[in-house]
Design a protein around this ligand. Structure first.
Ligand SMILES: [Zn+2]
Length: 69
């Protein structure tokens, strides 16, 4: 049995991620699960469990756009 890998919680996507070999020299400084999250860190406060709705000029709520590609 190998000991469990250390984990951290990504502040952007709120997911736990495991130690990876590529971080072995820099694990203490790793904060994000991926480069993508690291780049989105400035938007972290906007990311929520709830999708973001917006209002139009008439005050009507507009559902978040889907970007399924
Ligand atoms: Zn993440």
């Amino acid at each position: 049995m190998e000991p469990p890998l250390p984990t951290k919680t990504c502040p952007v996507c709120k997911r736990d991620f495991e130690w990876r070999k590529k971080w072995e020299d820099d694990w203490e400084n790793v904060k994000y699960c991926s480069e993508r999250c690291r780049r989105h860190r400035d938007q972290a406060s906007e990311l929520d469990d709830e999708p973001e709705w917006t209002r139009d000029e008439d005050g009507m709520w507009i559902p978040p756009a889907h970007d399924d590609g």
